[in-house]
Design a protein around this ligand. Sequence first.
Ligand code: PSV
Ligand code: MN
Length: 430
Amino acid sequence: MCSPLSIPNAVLCSDVKEVLRLKQEQDQPTTGRAQLANEAPERRHVLEAIKGFTIETPSWGYGDSGTRFKVFHWPGAARNLREKLADAALVHRLTGVCPRVAIHIPWDKEDDWAAVKADAAELGVRIGAVNPNLFQDEEYRFGSLCHPDPAVRQRAVKHVLECIQIAREVESDTISLWLADGTNYPGQDDLRARKRRLEETLTEIYAALAPGMRLLIEYKFFEPAFYHTDLADWGMAYTLARKLGPQARVLVDTGHHPQGTNLAHIVAFLLDEGILGGFHFNDRRYADDDLIVGSQHPFELFLVFNELVAVASQPQAPRIDYMIDQSHNIEPKIEAMIQSVLHIQSAYARALLVDRQRLAEAQAAGDVLGAYRVLRDAFETDVRPLLAQAREEMGLDPDPIAAFRRSGYADEVARARPASRSGASGYPGA
Ligand code: PSV
Ligand code: MN
């Protein structure tokens, strides 16, 4: 049996047999499901948690992107911020859980941010994290916030300050910072000097944050630099966030680790230190592949959510921003985004079904495989009926992908949005 919940948005345990029974019930008409919800309080808690769990989508995931070899144009791909917001708003209408859109500056730069804010609101979404580009200017060849030349560092700081101002204007409380800084050859620059420059520039940025604003520090172990990256791993991001202060937090991009890294362990560690601030979800096989979330390693995604749910049931649950960071090279962009949202919801729902009491008992008893099976039971549960019910209760189509395909939106934008450029190489100008 399951124990009662002490907090509303998390489920501490579930009876797998009960879940299977509920699944059979799913084939019954809606009234049957509603009755069932009343009968099974743990199911109700899972449903409410799923309905309240929001995911931010990235503006750049709606536009064309590619590898360094080729950018394939997708018919109807969004060409500017307004079109990206329209696509993101559709994803929100279909899933009910994507009310925020992350932007990148200057990719999404506009002159009138009050108008952007109003237009977004009219579409039913708002601007989420503001991401400064610190990698595009000619001046950034040897870095931005870590550059040896103080004038270039100041240019980079100024750009982040501009992003803070944009965040204020659109009423976003999040600056999400990723650095492309690094070197390609041993000896190219002084590594300790670069670290100190970074501390200095970040301190200046931190001081300019509005009260209550968060600075999410994202790390990545390689690319575009190959010998060293200035913010290479969670330990470096953690150290800097701690030095800066409570408004700084670590952001984990699931595609930014070497092969074989145990992501759930990193997440558990950062959670326990109270320093985890957000996620960039995507999936990878080899490098920073930016593929559909959960498409390559669904068990790993589930294990990450298992750690998050374990902490969500504690009284002082931290604020974590769940964002998708994907670039779609060959696949339809809106559909890929919806698919990622659905996979995230599946992982979350399964993690909510973990029987935490049985897990703790098995762990305490040294029952290695018993503990493993508790996780496996939850992971192997078919949560599609549960998710469909949550969507129906939100007044949505239970199958957002089918609804998208039926909507005619893809054809409509393909007609309305001629390619802004065709068949370009991933190497600009090549
Ligand atoms: C870098 O690889 C990254 O993950 C950062 O989050 C950027 O903001 C994003 O991709 C888009 O370039
Ligand atoms: Mn990222």
